[in-house]
Design a protein around this ligand. Structure first.
Ligand code: F6P
Ligand code: MG
Length: 437
């Protein structure tokens, strides 16, 4: 570790300011000093053992060298440089970097906003592959994602059985649908515990029966606006066509839970169309790309051996073919902007989102972008923390993996267990279901 300690400030990020790694008690500091080097070592180890054609091998070695250099740059707090590639997203990033370099006196890993630098890190990984001729579309996280899928398959089977049973019950009255809605919302929330960038690439085996697990997790739910969300769904239920957007986070188990949520919304006619938003490049290790999305549908339908998974896979592939499930992977999600800037930076995306009845944002990174990655006082109203971003009703399902949060009730501290006093914001153990309209 080659950091000059004088550059750092021994406190958390000050209240109401964006998180930055230069604050030694911020999670960004820990993340860049410890988690990222560990994660990259793990990824390099995977890349080294991937079966490759002989012409690809040398190029993979070059990529590995680039990743090692990147880690060195991070831990020595080097200035950020422009992206050395010409793919479309790289050009957009270079424009953003030009603006940043023109406006900020120092643009470096620990001095700049952590949200900016962490997003930048993933475009640098993409750059390393883009420079090759044979590995341009290589997903360095693919293997980790497919391991995560395999390790959570038992949980998916039990969730699939639960969903098939509940969704086939045509006798359910409104109260029954409401109870089921709350259960499925929680299943999708806790699915967000499974991200591979927090666990440094190690997948968290999910093996409990999810419908039972959600009850035992209630004590970790720090804010629950499910009632408001349900009331909102009742109001939109007469609009046509009802479009709900899910801004996805992670592949494998979390994606499976999101597909269950989407299926529930279609089955009980709470929506006519579900638009899923994924990432256009490999991102934050486990985030869903087009290949991951189409891959899980194909795997469930054609490769899984369990009948419940097959059945859901067939149904969901059909939804995908007939346009009830739509997938979009806009570049905006891989830019470093808070969502209060969408209208300014990507007006087409903003108007498309505004045309939806409900936007469901999954996960930690989406949440950070929703609230501007600002160290709000935790009881700050969620809507206020969105800084004006409200194209339509916004829902967040997020387990807490970083030190910014909003919208907690005044007595939230009574819910934090004593053992978590110092790390409740960052372990992914606690979660929120929040809504603004
Ligand atoms: O490293 C930053 C971070 O936002 C963490 O807080 C979290 O571990 C990870 O990236 C992403 O989590 P998620 O997959 O839930 O967005
Ligand atoms: Mg993620």
């Amino acid at each position: 570790m080659s950091l000059n300690n004088e550059q750092f400030i021994n406190q958390s990020t000050p209240i109401n300011l964006p998180l930055r790694g230069k604050y030694k008690k911020s999670f960004g500091y820990v993340s860049m000093c410890e988690r990222m080097p560990k994660l990259f070592t793990q990824i390099i180890n995977y890349l080294k053992i991937q079966p490759l054609e002989s012409n690809e091998q040398q190029e993979m070695e070059n990529v590995i060298e680039e990743i090692k250099l990147l880690v060195d740059e991070i831990i020595s707090n080097k200035p950020l440089r422009k992206i050395n590639a010409t793919f479309k997203l790289a050009l957009v990033w270079n424009q953003i970097l030009d603006e940043k370099l023109a406006s900020d006196s120092i643009v470096s890993w620990f001095d700049s906003e952590w949200l900016f630098t962490e997003n930048y890190m993933y475009i640098r990984i993409k750059e390393a592959f883009a420079k090759t001729s044979s590995l341009q579309n290589y997903d360095p996280f693919e293997c980790l994602k497919s391991n995560a899928y395999n390790e959570s398959e038992l949980s998916m089977i039990s969730l699939a059985e639960f969903i098939l049973l509940k969704l086939s019950n045509k006798e359910l009255d409104t109260d029954g649908i409401y109870i089921l809605f709350k259960q499925i919302l929680k299943i999708s929330l806790w699915g967000n515990r499974c991200d591979l960038s927090l666990s440094a690439g190690k997948s968290m085996a999910v093996s409990e029966d999810p419908s039972k697990a959600i009850v035992s997790l209630d004590k970790y739910l720090l804010a629950d606006h499910s009632n408001d969300i349900w009331n909102l769904m009742q109001q939109i239920s007469c609009q046509k066509p009802k479009k709900i957007d899910i801004i996805m986070d992670n592949s494998a188990y979390e994606l499976f839970t999101d597909l269950c949520l989407a299926d529930f919304l279609l089955t009980f006619e709470l929506a006519d169309v579900i638009v899923f938003h994924g990432k256009s490049i490999p991102w934050y290790v486990s985030d869903v790309t087009k290949l991951d999305f189409e891959g899980i549908l194909d795997h469930l339908e054609n490769k899984s051996t369990h009948s419940a998974l097959k059945k859901l896979g067939k149904k969901w592939s059909e939804y995908y073919k007939n346009g009830k499930f739509i997938l979009k992977c806009e570049d905006f999600w891989t830019l470093p902007y808070p969502y209060s800037k969408i209208a300014l930076k990507d007006y087409d995306l903003y108007t498309n989102l505004a045309d939806s009845q409900l936007l469901i944002f999954k996960g930690d990174l989406n949440y950070r972008k929703l609230i501007g990655d600002i160290n709000w006082i935790p009881t700050t109203d969620f809507k206020q923390a969105l800084c004006g971003f409200l194209p339509t009703a916004v829902v967040a399902l997020r387990t807490l993996k970083c030190d910014c949060i909003s919208g907690l009730p005044l007595d939230y501290e009574t819910k934090i267990e004593q053992v978590d006093e110092n790390n409740w914001l960052t372990t992914g153990k606690y979660g929120v279901i929040q809504c603004a309209k």
